[in-house]
Design a protein around this ligand. Structure first.
Ligand SMILES: Nc1ncnc2c1ncn2[C@@H]1O[C@H](COP(=O)(O)OP(=O)(O)OP(=O)(O)O)[C@@H](O)[C@H]1O
Ligand SMILES: [Mg+2]
Length: 148
């Protein structure tokens, strides 16, 4: 479970192990970091965010309700907020813009995005990309890459 260097392949064998990997990953993030989480349905993106929240010493959660879906969760922590988008149901990036969500992406706080493919056009480095591959019932492979 080494996190040295970029673009390591890490295999986890349980959700708790994924959370632990994310908790370590949180330590290398600096203020304002943007983390894009890529992987199929059920790959483990939300599980990873749970670990990130632990690593960032998050104390409470607030859900921002959109007219139709919940796209944004805000977690308050000792080191500031963590913004967590789940854009699975978003069909047009114009919707993201019309809700003023772009302010969160490039702000002072750490922001992580599930299904960033939905807003690909809006995303410019620097950001981290985390790819999750569903290998088996309980095993997942993680890769990290930083785009500066
Ligand atoms: N090694 C593992 N790491 C993460 N999750 C695992 C692992 N093994 C099994 N799981 C299970 O896989 C599921 C992952 O769900 P999770 O909600 O994190 O996925 P997701 O990528 O966010 O999916 P979605 O695209 O639907 O939001 C959970 O039910 C979790 O318990
Ligand atoms: Mg999810």
């Amino acid at each position: 479970m080494s996190l040295s260097g970029w673009n390591n392949n890490i295999i986890t064998y349980s959700p708790l192990e994924t959370e632990a990997v994310a908790e370590q990953f949180a330590k290398i993030l600096s203020a304002g970091a943007l983390v894009l989480l890529k992987g199929d349905l059920g790959a483990g993106k939300t599980t990873f965010v749970k670990g990130l929240a632990k690593g960032l010493k998050i104390t409470s959660e607030c859900i921002v309700q959109s007219p139709t879906f919940t796209y944004l969760h805000i977690y308050e922590g000792e080191q500031g907020p963590l913004y967590h988008f789940d854009l699975y149901r978003m069909t047009q990036c114009e919707e993201f813009l019309s809700q003023g969500f772009d302010d969160f992406l490039f702000g002072e706080a750490i922001c992580c995005v599930e299904w960033p493919e939905r807003i690909e056009k809006l995303l410019t480095p620097p950001y981290w990309e985390v790819q999750i591959v569903h290998k088996d019932i309980e095993s997942r492979e993680f890769r990290y890459r930083y785009y500066g």
